[in-house]
Design a protein around this ligand. Structure first.
Ligand code: FES
Length: 110
């Protein structure tokens, strides 16, 4: 049985090692909140305001996401490392179109 209100995203924890994470689409959660609730160590010191950069992820594959806002791009560009798939997970609202997304957490530079 499939649940219409859940999508599956895949967190690449190591090369060729992906963990499936289920994310509800009907609770208004951000991807950062889902990842934290799944046990990932994301500080999110700004509380999801696109100000701290600690929720930085890299999208590796999967469906296209909505374009980042100017605030998100500004924060991403200030980080010590950034890739073409870089996003702030707090700025991504979980929705039914992101089923199958593959991502990895970006390392935090002190
Ligand atoms: S939680 Fe601070 S930028 Fe995302």
């Amino acid at each position: 049985m499939t649940d219409d209100n859940v999508v599956r995203v895949y967190v690449e924890e190591a090369p060729s090692q992906r963990r499936e994470v289920e994310a509800p689409t009907d609770m208004g959660l951000s991807l950062m909140e889902v990842l934290k609730a799944s046990g990932y160590d994301i500080q999110a010191t700004c509380g999801g305001m696109a100000l701290c950069g600690t929720c930085h992820i890299e999208v590796l594959a999967g469906p296209a996401l909505d374009e980042p806002s100017d605030e998100e791009m500004y924060m991403l560009e200030s980080l010590p490392i950034m890739s073409t798939g870089s996003r702030l997970s707090c700025q991504i609202r979980v929705n039914s179109r992101m089923d199958g997304l593959v991502l990895r957490l970006m390392p935090q530079m002190a």
